[in-house]
Design a protein. Structure first.
Length: 499
């Protein structure tokens, strides 16, 4: 059995505690590794070592720091096949999707190569008599990231690339369900020239998360995961005086207007609803057709597309549309919610509950499910299912559809499919959601823009990646200097102004 420890000061070390967790192959249901869970003391020790390494790293000029990231990008390309297979084996997603997971992280690494420019401050010449004023961005010191299972490559990279290139040391606590890729990424960064101690990977559960939140040296925490944990981390981290940003759960709606290209809309829904078995925070989980006729046409087009989706283990090749869900627990939760939907009166048009994968009977597979006539009070609408289940909520008109999205507690992503520019523009302006697609079902912004939701989908200030990541992981210092010093104005007892 493979044992996964922690990555401390440039090498993998075994855990010192007796605590560990099982890492499954979701396709077979077999345990394939045992990951060590760190104690509070182990976390504190990793932070102390990071704290020793960080000042020297901050002194390295930004161009040289950026070159480490440049080399890292090259190594990611070199190891792409190996990393995506490793990722799929612990997560269950298809190989092309695993590659996408790595590439979306790598794109943020590429953006970070521009750090020398992004870290530049501002300068005002002669702001007063002999006075120049300038600002600089300085690293915070030791910072941390706590990441979810569903993007084990992309989200850790979104966190540590900007933090590290800005001169911080980083403590990464990846998901305990698929920790191997984050460990491999740390190894690649070392090979790329990152000094020891600048990226420490500490595996574990709530104990290590609490230790991160309570550690006085850690200045900032970036979290991605479910909403209840996000709220907990935000509250405890802020109470301990840290800068905290938490990106959380979602329920993403897609409006289908009567004038939409119905084939395009149905294809978009199938890809966005069932890709990665629905385990994406930007997955579309609610289809909102406007008008009865639109709903009838849409559901009629969706059914055969959904029934013909190919489900299987990642080893079955590139033709598979989606794989198993991550754990038995996730499988049971999703199936339980589908049962609840039926019990509460939604019509289950495609029933994937009895899906069995031949030869993989113990795998955590869930067949694709499609609900019609879902209402706001049903559990399948209220809860984030995080599985291959699409709910259709029929609406009478655009105003009712917009209101549905606006009154939902989540606000991560949303989309509208229409040929009408006025409606699209109105929707983009009025909807209270962080990321909006117009005829684009998964509007994940590219690396040089920023990513973040509204309402219960995000807590704290600033978004992830793009320029916001540099703002989050640095602090601004503004210097006012007077040269030459000979200018004599006498003592002044009032606040300096430019009058
Ligand atoms: P999760 O909340 O269970 O776990 C996220 C992290 O928190 C993990 O590292 C985990 O070890 C830790 N954790 C779990 N329980 C904890 C507890 N009680 N105390 C302290 N730490 C704890 O989330 P997940 O199941 O790994 O990921 C799926 C969730 O993440 C979904 O809700 C999804 O929408 C969300 N997500 C959001 C975004 C976004 O950007 N908004 C992106 C990806 C995933």
């Amino acid at each position: 059995m493979k044992a996964i420890g922690h990555f401390i000061n440039g090498k993998e070390v075994p855990g010192k505690s007796k605590k560990s967790g099982q890492v499954f192959n979701p396709a077979t249901g077999e345990v394939q590794a045992e990951v060590a869970y760190a104690t509070r003391d182990e976390l504190n020790e990793a932070v102390e070592l990071a704290c020793v390494a960080q000042p020297k790293w901050a002194e390295v000029n930004p161009q040289k720091r950026a070159r480490v990231i440049m080399k890292f990008v090259e190594l990611l390309h070199r190891d792409m096949d190996k990393l995506s297979a490793l990722l799929s084996s612990e997560h269950g997603k298809t190989l092309p999707d695993a590659e996408g997971d790595i590439i979306r992280g790598l794109e943020v690494a590429e953006f970070c190569i521009g750090a020398p420019h992004l870290l530049k401050g501002e300068f005002t010449d002669s702001a007063g008599p002999g006075i120049d004023m300038y600002s600089m961005r300085q690293p915070l010191g030791v910072v941390a990231g706590i990441t979810p299972f569903n993007f084990p490559a992309m989200i850790p990279m979104w966190k540590f690339c900007p933090a590290i290139v800005a001169g911080n040391a980083f403590i990464l606590k990846p998901s305990e369900r698929d920790p191997s890729v984050p460990m491999a990424l740390a190894d690649l960064l070392l090979e790329a020239g990152l000094p020891e101690g600048i990226l420490q990977v500490v595996n574990g559960d709530k104990e290590v998360v609490d230790a991160i939140l309570d550690n006085e040296t850690i200045q900032a925490v970036g979290f991605v995961g479910s909403t209840p944990i996000a709220e907990y981390i935000y509250t405890r981290g802020c109470a301990n005086g840290k800068r905290v940003q938490c990106f959380a759960g979602a329920k993403n709606h897609m409006l289908i207007m009567p004038d939409a290209d119905m084939d395009q809309a149905a294809d978009a829904l199938v890809g966005a609803g069932y890709g990665a078995a629905g385990e994406r925070c930007m997955a579309i989980s609610v289809a909102v057709p406007v008008g009865e006729k639109t709903a009838d046409k849409l559901v009629e087009k969706l059914i055969p597309k959904i029934e013909s989706l190919k489900i299987g283990p990642f080893t079955a090749g590139k033709d598979i549309d989606f794989g198993p869900v991550v754990t038995k627990e996730a499988q049971n939760k999703i199936l339980g919610l589908v049962d609840k939907g039926v019990e509460q009166g939604a019509s289950l048009k495609v029933d994937g509950r009895n899906f069995k994968m031949q030869g993989y009977e113990n795998g955590f597979f869930v067949g694709a499910c499609l609900f019609d006539n879902v209402t706001k009070d049903m559990e399948i609408y209220k809860q984030e299912i995080f599985g291959p289940v699409l709910s259709t909520v029929r609406t009478k008109n655009y105003e009712e559809a917009l209101d549905l999205v606006k009154t939902n507690q989540y606000g991560n992503g949303t989309a509208i499919f229409t040929r009408d520019g006025d409606t699209a523009r109105d929707f983009a302006n009025k909807v209270n959601v962080g990321m909006v697609g117009v005829n684009v079902p998964i509007p994940v912004p590219l690396a040089y823009h920023t990513f973040g939701g509204w309402k219960k989908s995000a807590f704290g200030d600033l978004n992830q990646h793009g320029p916001d990541a540099f703002r989050f992981y640095t602090k601004t210092k503004t210097v006012t200097s007077r040269w030459p010093t000979g200018i004599k104005e006498g003592a002044s007892f009032s606040i300096p102004t430019m009058e």
